[in-house]
Write a protein that binds this ligand. Structure first.
Ligand code: ATP
Length: 519
């Protein structure tokens, strides 16, 4: 059996081979942590975005969308805190010349203690069998107790250093814990420095006095600065939300794991404005709704979990991540944050404009509180690909690579194939395709054996293959073959639209979300 790491590598190679994701500007050897989506990738990505957009704006009459510019007035980022605080602590190893995030090195060390504890627990569980009490064991076994004490002490010291922004202390922790560079194996570390993750550029010609501006590191601020515009022109009443999908840019220090951490990526964010004091109720509501949105795709309920933040950003009063089980562990795909009234207040302060809402029911004005749901399109794409990629052993010793994509999201819904390239079959197949193409993304393939053509469609996750044969000319029936079960059925051409629509209709997914939704 291939390890998870090997399967992940194969999935990445598959993404390139089948036109899902290419390294950016590959003919020039690529650009670090920047990727292009190919002909199939863009369809999958667009479908993900559509699912999100419709779940937000169709299902909620009090959520509207916007599309703000990537460039924003530079004061936006002063007000939001990004100029001063959107930093990662970085450290270099002088021997390997490799750069690391100091916080990640320390978090990895904490994870190592956790692994040691888990190993001891697993070993003991095997030894003691059914009567084993893991909690009691952790409290009493001297070796485990020692690991737990070390982990807790490190955790405590690390949190204190991060909260106090104490870079010297972060370095001292790395030295005291004897953390070595994984490449050089040495402890020859530089000092820890803060590194701002925002990309800068200039707007206007230098003669005019160019203005330093930033590529937005999140889409959310485009929503906050438009709060009054949307509220007034849309006559929106609190509670209401503004949704946006768009590119964001971060000069990540260590960018790896394919499209998981990119320097240019896409976010789908929704800011939900509520009455002060009601934010935690809405936080809970959005947590549950967003989890339902993920689970409705059917990738496996056990693959998701919430991870509540212990260290909250200075503006937040509750925060959680929805994590997905990637081959490299449970990782954040989406963040849900209760951001208080921090952003709107800051923009009011820096712009000198009054940013408030008059609540007719309470007969008073206030600065609304905000619940944010923020999900990365690329991470969502990655989680779907990781769950969908399968290497299957078939009866008769054959194997196939198949993408079990949720049919609603599949890049191509159906491929129409004439059995042979003659006898009027291609013309008939074209007729079928012309009938389907207004409703579904459909392709046509007449090259190679039917078996090979099926494999090609399995590899890009096409739910249906439709074969036109000689009998079709007589009886107007075709063979429809299902991707997951590989079963084939003879159906009338007139039934095709219904069969496909039933499986790929976005409405089905949306209905699952509204089943218990009562707002
Ligand atoms: P991380 O801790 O992994 O750096 P974050 O907590 O900084 O992520 P947020 O600022 O909460 O992320 O951004 C919201 C979402 O945007 C994340 O849940 C993720 O899906 C996506 N995202 C953030 N940074 C990147 C990136 N560099 N590449 C791809 N997606 C990203």
């Amino acid at each position: 059996m291939a390890t998870q790491e090997e399967t992940f590598k194969k999935m990445v190679a598959h993404c390139k081979e089948y036109g899902f994701v290419f390294p950016s500007s590959e003919i020039y050897d690529g650009l670090g942590a920047v990727y292009d989506y190919g002909q199939n990738g863009v369809e999958l990505k667009n479908n993900i975005k559509q699912y999100w957009w419709q779940a937000m704006t169709l299902l909620h009459e009090n959520i509207v969308g916007i599309d703000a510019a990537i460039f924003m007035h530079p004061t936006t980022w002063k007000a939001s805190g990004h100029v001063d605080a959107f930093n990662d602590p970085l450290i270099d190893n002088r021997d390997s010349k490799k750069r690391y995030r100091a916080d990640v090195l320390i978090e990895d060390q904490i994870a190592k203690y956790e692994e040691k504890i888990q190993k001891e627990v697993d070993k003991a569980a095997k030894r003691f069998g059914e009567s084993f009490d893991a909690e009691l064991f952790k409290q009493t076994n001297p070796r485990v107790k020692e690991h737990i004490e070390k982990r807790d002490a490190l955790h405590e010291r690390y949190s204190r250093a991060m909260n106090a922004n104490d870079l010297q202390e972060l370095k001292q922790i790395i030295l005291d814990e004897e953390i070595v560079c994984p490449i050089s194996g040495t402890r020859n570390w530089t000092d820890v420095r803060q590194f701002n993750l925002m990309f800068q550029t200039e707007m206007g010609s230098t003669a005019d006095g160019a203005m330093k501006i930033y590529l937005r590191p999140e889409t959310a601020q485009g929503i906050f600065v438009n709060f009054l515009n949307v509220q007034k022109t849309g006559r929106m009443k609190i509670p209401f939300g503004i949704a946006q999908i768009g590119k964001a840019f971060r000069n990540e220090i260590v960018a790896r794991q394919f499209v998981f951490r990119m320097r240019e990526f896409e976010q789908m964010e929704m800011q939900f404005f509520v009455r002060p004091g009601e934010e935690l109720k809405w936080f809970e509501h959005w947590k549950q709704f967003r989890l339902k949105w993920h689970k409705a795709l059917g990738l496996g309920d056990e693959k998701y979990r919430f991870h509540d933040h212990e260290k909250l950003a200075h503006y937040a009063n509750a925060a959680t991540d929805i994590e997905f089980q990637m081959p490299f562990g449970f990782k954040e795909v989406e963040g849900i944050h209760s951001r208080t009234n921090f952003d709107l207040s800051q923009h009011a302060k820096y712009s000198g404009k009054k940013i408030e809402y008059f609540d007719p029911e309470l007969n008073q004005s206030y600065t609304p509180y905000v619940i944010e749901t923020s999900i990365g399109v690329d991470r969502m794409f990655l989680s779907i690909m990781c769950a969908a990629y399968k290497e299957e052993q078939l009866a008769g010793g054959d194997t196939r690579v198949v993408l079990n994509l949720p049919p609603v999201l599949a890049p191509v819904k159906a491929c129409v194939m004439p059995l042979v390239k003659k006898d009027g079959l291609p013309e008939k197949a074209r007729e079928v395709m012309d009938m389907l193409k207004f409703d579904f993304k459909t392709t046509y393939d007449e090259k190679d054996s039917i078996g090979k053509r099926y494999r090609r469609q399995d590899a890009v996750g096409t739910p249906f293959c439709i074969t036109v044969d000689h009998d079709t000319l007589e009886d107007n029936c075709v063979t429809i073959r299902m991707r997951d079960t590989m079963e084939q059925e003879r159906v009338s051409i007139s039934e095709l639209k219904n069969i496909i629509a039933k499986a790929v209709d976005m409405k089905q997914l949306l209905r699952k979300l509204t089943a218990e939704e009562n707002q």
